[in-house]
Design a protein around this ligand. Structure first.
Ligand code: ATP
Ligand code: MG
Length: 218
C-alpha cells in the first residue's frame, strides 16, 4: 500500500488533474467528506489529508510515502526537520505564487531600509524571513503568526508582513502593497527516501507519471 499526503484546498485541487493524467482518480471529495483517508481507483494507493504545513513531517517520518507541498512550506520545514530523509524529485508547477514583503500603502519601506530602521515583521515564515532580512542587513523583530498576516500592520502589530502573494487581491483589499518579492513558489512532489528504496517498483512509475503530467500542463 502506498500513501500520498495532500492538503485540502489549493494543493488537492491542483494535484487532482495531475493524478488524473497519471491514471489516478480519488474516490471522494475532501470538501464533502470528513474522512481523512481517501481511497483511489487503485487498490494499492490511498490519499491522506493533512495540514499543508504537516505534509513534510508525514513524508519525512514515513507516515506517508510521498506528498505534495509548497516550496514555502518545504523550506520552512527544512529549518526544523532538516533536509534529510526526503527526495524532492519534481517541481509540479502548481499552486504558483511568490513570497513577498508587504507594507501598508503609506509606509516608505525603501526609506526605512536606507535609514537602517529596526522593522517589526509579522509572518508565518519566520525562518525564510530571517534569512531574507539578514542577507539584506535589515534588522527585524519577527512576530510569528499562523494566519491572517494582512491584519497585523492594520492593527499596529507590525510594520510589514512576509506572506504569499498571487494576484495581490488580498493585499489590496487590506490597504497593503507588495514592496519586495523574496522568491517564486510552486508545489513540489516529495518522497520518503526509505520508501523510495523499498517500494521502488510501485513508487517510481507514479513519480514518473506525475513528472510527465506536470511537464504537460497546458
Ligand atoms: P494551513 O491552513 O494548514 O495553515 P495554508 O493556509 O497555507 O495552510 P493553503 O492556503 O491551502 O494552506 O496553501 C497551501 C499552499 O498553496 C501554500 O503552502 C503555498 O505553497 C500555496 N499557496 C498559498 N497561497 C497561494 C496563493 N495565493 N496562490 C497560489 N498558491 C498559493
Ligand atoms: Mg489555510
Amino acid at each position: 500500500m502506498l500513501t500520498l499526503a495532500l492538503s485540502k484546498g489549493r494543493i488537492f485541487d491542483d494535484t487532482l488533474p495531475l493524478l488524473a493524467r497519471a491514471g489516478i482518480t480519488v474516490a471522494e471529495d475532501p470538501e464533502s467528506t470528513r474522512k481523512l483517508i481517501l481511497p483511489t481507483n487503485r487498490a494499492d494507493l490511498r490519499v491522506v489529508l493533512v495540514r499543508a504545513s504537516d505534509v513534510p513531517t508525514y513524508v519525512r517520518y514515513g507516515g506517508a510515502d510521498f506528498g505534495v507541498a509548497g516550496l514555502d512550506v518545504l523550506l520552512e520545514a527544512d529549518a526544523t526537520l532538516g533536509g534529510d530523509g526526503m527526495y524532492r524529485p519534481v517541481d509540479l508547477g502548481i499552486a504558483r505564487c511568490r513570497l513577498s514583503v508587504a507594507t501598508p500603502q503609506g509606509f516608505d519601506y525603501a526609506h526605512a531600509v536606507r535609514q537602517g530602521s529596526r522593522l517589526r515583521v509579522a509572518t508565518k515564515y519566520v525562518h525564510l524571513a530571517r534569512e531574507h532580512f539578514a542577507a539584506k542587513g535589515v534588522h527585524v523583530d519577527l512576530v510569528k503568526l499562523y494566519g491572517s498576516m494582512e491584519l497585523a500592520p492594520l492593527i499596529g502589530l507590525a510594520d510589514a508582513i512576509v506572506d504569499l502573494v498571487s494576484s495581490g487581491g488580498t493585499l489590496r483589499a487590506n490597504g497593503l502593497v507588495e514592496v519586495e518579492p523574496i522568491m517564486d513558489i510552486s508545489a513540489r512532489l516529495i518522497v520518503n527516501q526509505a520508501a523510495f528504496k523499498t517500494k521502488t517498483a510501485a513508487l517510481k512509475p507514479l513519480v514518473d507519471g506525475l513528472r510527465e503530467a506536470s511537464n504537460n500542463i497546458p
